[in-house]
Design a protein around this ligand. Structure first.
Ligand SMILES: C[S@@+](CC[C@H](N)C(=O)[O-])C[C@H]1O[C@@H](n2cnc3c(N)ncnc32)[C@H](O)[C@@H]1O
Length: 295
């Protein structure tokens, strides 16, 4: 990708996420009332997103950056907020607009969607009560600019809710996640897993790490890992709450191929153990949610 221009990379990024979210929208409409019951969300995100939504009140102005098909933007509008959703991917945004139009009459607030590149975004001053950024910061190359714009766009006392990966995956995460995926049923057969283990030997953990970090998935995947987004936010905001996500459960949840009756209790148990190990600092969390207030 070295000779690829920034514009070409942006287009590839937009296409990739457009296709990914179009596929997801085929199994469930981009609506939190449906998405909250998807297995990955039940295990990893439902409690956190539900908590965010308790902060959204009728009439509030909210902005979501990197909104994809707009399921959080819509959920905030369903709470009565006046919402703007923004993303690079026109394909994802057209799914968002189409779905919103189909249920608009039942939505207490409103939402509108715009395409923009967060690396170069220009936002209006003192406009929003809440800005939401989920799973996007690690794709950005101009984080300092983006976070300064977010700060400018919030009203005094406004809240930034940012959820993202926190640096590189730790060796402990890689080993536990890799080990569990070796013994549990996944999309890869046991014969293939064994063959890969024999082939890669001591290099197997670095393959698992690349898989967890989804290296090569997106042209910008991990670009923002080189910047410390938490430090950048701390510089301009007061951190009111920090939630450290579990270390290995998210990856195992994504890989496990098993029916719900087996998968859900198992994954909930992993999550319970994982969260306690992270809280006691025995495992390094891979994800962080910040509630950051504009000073
Ligand atoms: C991992 S997805 C997360 C989507 C959504 N926030 C969620 O949690 O389901 C990353 C999203 O960021 C968007 N994105 C990536 N780079 C971007 C950029 N430079 N400007 C705006 N959006 C971008 C992608 O199009 C994609 O929708």
């Amino acid at each position: 990708m070295n000779d690829t221009t920034y514009e070409e990379k942006l287009k590839a990024e937009a296409d990739l996420w457009g296709d990914e979210f179009a596929q997801l929208a085929q199994s469930a409409p981009p609506d939190w009332r449906c998405y909250r019951d998807l297995r990955h969300n039940v295990i990893m995100h439902t409690a956190d997103v539900d908590e965010l939504l308790t902060h959204i009140k009728p009439g509030m102005r909210a902005l979501e950056l990197g909104c994809a098909t707009g399921w959080i933007s819509l959920a905030m509008a369903q709470q009565g907020a006046v919402v703007t959703g923004s993303d690079l991917s026109e394909k994802a945004l057209s799914i968002a607009r189409h779905y919103y139009e189909s249920i608009k009459d039942q939505v207490a607030g409103s939402v509108e969607y715009h395409a923009a590149d967060m690396n170069a975004i220009q936002l209006p001053e003192n406009t929003y009560d809440v800005i939401v950024v989920k799973s996007v910061l690690h794709h950005l190359i101009n984080l300092d600019h983006t976070i300064t714009e977010i700060h400018k766009a919030l009203k005094p006392g406004g809240i930034l809710w940012a959820s993202d990966t926190d640096g590189d995956e730790a060796a402990s995460t890689v080993i536990i996640a890799g080990g569990l995926c070796l013994v549990l049923p996944t999309a890869t057969s046991y014969a293939d897993k064994l063959q890969a283990l024999l082939k890669f030997g001591v290099r197997a953990p670095s393959r698992v790490k690349a898989s967890i970090q989804a290296e090569g998935l997106s042209p910008f995947e991990g670009a923002g890992r080189e910047h410390d987004w938490i430090k950048l936010i701390e510089r301009q905001f007061t951190i009111e709450k920090r939630v450290d996500a579990p270390a290995f459960t998210g990856y195992v949840t994504a890989q496990l191929k098993a029916p719900d009756w087996f998968a859900l209790p198992l994954l909930k148990t992993f999550r319970w153990i994982d969260q306690r190990l992270v809280n006691r600092k025995l495992l390094h969390n891979t994800g962080v949610i910040l509630y950051a207030r504009k000073k």
